[in-house]
Design a protein around this ligand. Sequence first.
Ligand code: TRP
Length: 329
Amino acid sequence: MDKKVFSGIQPTGEVHVGNYVGAIRNWIKLQDEYESMYCVVDYHSITIPYEAAELPDRVLELGATLMACGLDPEKAILFVQSSVPEHTELTWFLTSITSIGALERMTQFKDKSARQRGNTFAGLMNYPVLQTADIIIYKANLVPVGEDQVQHLELAREITRRFNAMFGDVFPEPQPLLTSGARVMALNDPTAKMSKSVEGSYITITEEPESIRKKIRRAVTDPGPQGGDMGPGVKNLFILLEGFAEPDVVAQFKEDYSNQKLRYADLKNTLAEAIVSYTTPIREKRNELLSRPEELKEILAAGGDKARAQAKETMKEVRERMGFFMPVR
Ligand code: TRP
């Protein structure tokens, strides 16, 4: 049987160039190779404090951004998690076979709950259970994610194994599909990951040209090429250059670097212009999609219909296996 791909992204803030190079570009490629499903995980986004009034725009904007980046609803199923309420039903079922200890050990839970300063709700702890449900309700095999999600995927596999052992072989064990390529680091602190929650660290995929130029100009480097090892800031600029410029341009700058001839101002100018020209069509396409929100909503809703048909099939099987015999009418 052919493998199926599933991944999700939270509608919290803008998609930055690190997300694009590290994840979304890979999703776009995978839609040509596998049956793929990509989900705007709005249920996940309520596990930390949020504004209900802002959620609809965030969801639509993320949908538009993904499509503008090249995610094609004709090729992949693109949908919003809350159009398939079955995710939550499966989550409830799975909580009955998930160990609290395992949830408490999740790095992301520890980090996020520390940031909530003791005011931690059960939803945050159950976040990885919902993530497991997202994936296995479609019997997906491959989950393109970053390094930071590997622990969640391990838990998903564990929950899946337990379900299959207790109720029969229903679900394949999902595998992470790690994005190859280097991580994009923060522009203002190249020892930390680029993050949408740290101002000055990121450039969004739909940022205005002047702002892109300004942020690249300000990016942290070092006193100058020393030969030998590259400092983290300069290395990060090269990672971005590889992400957005033609290979011959990258090769030329690398050569200049090793000959200690590279001027960082030149590297920065070229990089800024490469990002500007690469992202301009994306920005324009996104604006165009957002100018017709009803159409956009309809595309996402149609993706939701396709996903839901599959989820319903799975839940029929799951209810039966778990002993729920009442018909759902
Ligand atoms: N937790 C993921 C993240 O923060 C988002 C996510 C939710 C996800 N459900 C998923 C990723 C299912 C892959 C598969 O990046």
